[in-house]
Design a binder for this molecule. Structure first.
Ligand code: B12
Ligand code: SF4
Length: 469
C-alpha cells in the first residue's frame, strides 16, 4: 500500500527537527513492502487547505498523521479538508492521539487512532485494511481505536510495548531530505559547537539519535507514551553513530532520550564503548539525573567527547521539586552542575515555573539558585525557563481540571500552542498577570546578572582549567 506520513506543524518553530517516531515507522512500513511518502508540515508551513492538496496529490491508500498535542489546532481543520475531498482512511498516532483520543473522536472524522509505539501495530493495521477495508475485526491490533456503526470509537484490549528496540533497525533516513534536516538542525547547535569543541572553522553537522526509550520517573508535568525503559544495545548505538558520521558527515550527535542517564551502569557501558572507538564525533545529552552524577561518570562523558549535558533541574526550590514529584534534591542539582562545569563539560538546564504552589518565596529560591550557579561560572543564557503547561494525561492537567481551570478540553486544546505562554494560572499568585509580571522581573534580574559579570560564558577557560583532565 502507499502510505503518506504527515508530521503536523508546530507554531513558531523555525528549526526543522526530524520526526524520529515517523522515521522509525517509515522503516517498519518499508520493511513490510509498503511504499512511503512524507509531508512534513513543520518544514512546509502551509494552510490545512494547501496541505490537503499536497497530501492528496500523492494518491495515498492511507494517510498517517503524527504530532504533539500542541498541534491539535491544526489537526482538526486538516482532517476536515481531507475528508471533504477524499475517502482515504486517516490514522492518527503519536502523542496527539495518546492524549486527545476523546476529542479526536468527537470533533473529527479521523478513522483510526493508534496509541503506542507503532512499528509492529501500524503494519498489522495496514494488512487488515488491505485484506478487507470494511472489516470491523480490529481487536487483534493492540492500542487501536476504530469507529463502530454509530461512528464512536471502539478500542482494542491492550497496548503493545515492544521489548527489543534494536529490532526496528535504523530510522529510515533514505526517505527524507537529509541535507535539509542536517542544515536546519545544526542551526540549533552551531554556537555551542564552536564554543565547546575547540574546533574553530569546523562546520557543525548535527543530528539527533535515541539511545533508549521510556523513563522510570513520574514528574507531574510530564506526559509519557510508554513508561517501560528499554535501551538500544551498545553495538546498535555505535553502528548508528558510525553510519551517520560516514554517510552524512555528522560530527555532533544530540541525544533527545527522555532520560539518557537514569542508570549509571548502562551509561558507563555506552560511554566507555564510545570513548574506545574514537569516533571523532561530539555529543550532547538529553536528560540526565543529577543524583547519580559523580566523578566516574563525568570522566566517562569527557572521554566519550560529550560537550554538553542537559539536566532537568526545573526549580531551585525544594518545595517545588517535591510538588513536581522530581524525587531530587536542590543540592544534587547544584552539585551536578558545578562538578560538570569543573570537569570542562558544558551544562544546559530547564526550569518549569508556575507550578501549583509557586509563590514569591519559591521564585526567590530559584533566583538564588541561579545566582549560585552563575557565580560558579554558569552562563545564564544556557537555560530555558519554561512556564508550566498542563498537558492532558498528566497529574498537572488533572490538578488544573480539579481547580476548574479547564472547563472544556476541546476549547483548551484549540488554543494550546506550546510556546512560552501560561494558559492557566496554577501558581499561588492571585492572577496570571501578577505571576507573569513576577517572571518578567526574574528575567530582568537574570539579564542584569549576566551583563554584570564579565567572566561568565568562558567555557574555553573552564575546559583549560578542567580539574579532572
Ligand atoms: C524531539 C522532541 C521534540 C522536538 C520535535 C519533535 C518532533 N517533530 O518529532 C522539538 C524540540 C521541536 C520539541 C518541541 C516541543 N516539545 Co517535544 N519532545 C521531543 C522528544 C524529546 C522526543 C520525541 C521522539 O523522538 N520520541 C521517540 C519516538 C520513537 O517516539 P514517538 O515520537 O512517540 O513515535 C512513536 C509513537 O508515538 C508512534 N507514532 C508516532 N507518530 C505516529 C503516527 C502514526 C500514524 C502512527 C500510527 C503512530 C505514530 O510510533 C512511533 C514509533 O514508535 C519527546 C519526549 C520523548 N522522548 O518522546 C518530547 C515531547 C514529544 N515534547 C513534548 C512537548 C510538550 C514539547 C513542547 C510543547 C515543549 C514546550 N513546552 O515548548 C515543544 C513544542 C514547541 C512549540 N513551538 O510548540 C511532549 C509532548 C506531550 C504531548 N502530549 O504531546 C513530549 C512527549 C515530552 C514530554 N514528556 O512532555 N519536541
Ligand atoms: S521530566 Fe524527565 S525525569 Fe521526569 S518523568 Fe519526564 S522524562 Fe522522566
Amino acid at each position: 500500500m502507499k502510505i503518506c506520513l504527515v508530521s503536523l506543524p508546530i507554531r513558531k518553530e523555525t528549526v526543522s527537527h526530524p520526526n524520529i517516531g515517523l522515521l522509525f515507522l517509515s522503516r517498519a512500513l518499508r520493511n513490510t513492502s509498503h511504499s512511503v511518502s512524507w509531508v512534513d508540515l513543520v518544514r512546509h508551513a502551509v494552510s490545512p487547505k494547501k496541505a490537503t492538496e499536497i497530501i492528496l496529490k500523492q494518491k495515498p491508500d492511507v494517510i498517517g498523521i503524527s504530532g504533539m498535542i500542541v498541534s491539535y489546532y491544526y489537526l482538526e481543520p486538516l482532517v476536515k479538508e481531507l475528508k471533504a475531498r477524499s475517502t482515504t482512511p486517516v490514522v492518527v498516532g503519536g502523542n496527539i492521539a495518546a492524549t486527545a483520543v476523546d476529542i479526536i473522536e468527537k470533533h473529527t472524522e479521523v478513522n483510526f487512532c493508534l496509541i503506542g509505539e507503532a512499528e509492529r501495530t501500524f503494519p498489522k493495521l495496514l494488512e487488515q485494511l488491505k485484506k478487507s477495508p470494511n472489516s470491523r475485526d480490529f481487536k487483534k491490533i493492540p492500542g487501536l481505536y476504530w469507529r463502530n456503526k454509530k461512528k464512536l470509537f471502539v478500542k482494542s484490549p491492550r497496548r503493545d510495548v515492544p521489548p527489543d528496540i534494536d529490532a526496528f533497525g535504523f530510522p529510515d533516513y533514505d526517505s527524507i531530505d537529509m541535507k535539509h534536516y542536517i542544515s536546519s538542525y545544526s542551526k540549533n547547535y552551531r554556537n555551542f559547537f564552536e564554543m565547546l569543541t575547540n574546533r574553530p572553522g569546523k562546520t557543525c553537522r548535527a543530528f539527533p539519535i535515541l539511545t533508549s526509550r521510556g523513563c522510570p520517573f513520574n514528574c507531574s508535568f510530564c506526559f509519557r507514551l510508554i513508561r517501560n525503559v528499554r535501551y538500544h544495545s551498545v553495538e546498535y548505538t555505535l553502528e548508528h553513530i558510525k553510519f551517520l558520521n560516514r554517510r552524512h558527515g555528522i560530527n555532533l550527535i544530540s541525544i533527545p532520550d527522555e532520560l539518557m542517564v537514569a542508570n549509571k551502569k548502562f551509561a558507563l557501558k555506552l560511554l566507555n564503548a564510545i570513548a574506545k572507538e574514537n569516533l571523532g564525533v561530539s555529543f550532547i545529552t538529553g536528560g540526565a539525573r543529577t543524583d547519580i552524577i559523580d566523578k566516574e561518570l563525568l570522566e566517562a562523558f569527557k572521554l566519550a567527547n560529550f560537550i554538553m549535558i542537559c539536566y532537568g533541574v526545573e526549580s531551585g526550590s525544594q518545595k517545588m521539586l517535591d510538588i513536581m514529584n522530581k524525587k531530587i534534591k536542590v543540592e544534587d542539582n547544584l552539585r551536578a552542575i558545578t562538578m560538570t562545569l569543573e570537569s570542562g563539560i558544558g551544562v544546559f538546564f530547564n526550569l518549569v515555573m508556575g507550578m501549583p504552589g509557586e509563590d514569591e518565596t519559591s521564585i526567590r529560591e530559584t533566583e538564588n539558585f541561579l545566582a549560585k550557579v552563575h557565580n560558579f561560572g554558569f552562563d545564564l543564557r544556557f537555560f530555558t525557563p519554561y512556564l508550566a503547561v498542563p498537558f492532558p494525561e498528566t497529574e498537572l492537567y488533572n490538578c488544573a481540571v480539579k481547580k476548574g481551570l479547564i472547563p472544556d478540553k476541546h476549547k483548551y486544546l484549540l488554543r494550546l500552542e506550546g510556546q512560552q505562554q501560561y494558559p492557566v494560572n496554577l501558581s499561588a499568585f492571585k492572577t496570571r498577570d501578577e505571576f507573569l509580571e513576577r517572571i518578567n522581573t526574574m528575567k530582568r534580574k537574570i539579564k542584569f546578572m549576566n551583563k554584570s559579570k564579565k567572566t561568565i560564558v568562558d567555557f574555553k577557560k573552564l575546559i583549560k582549567k578542567a580539574k579532572l583532565w
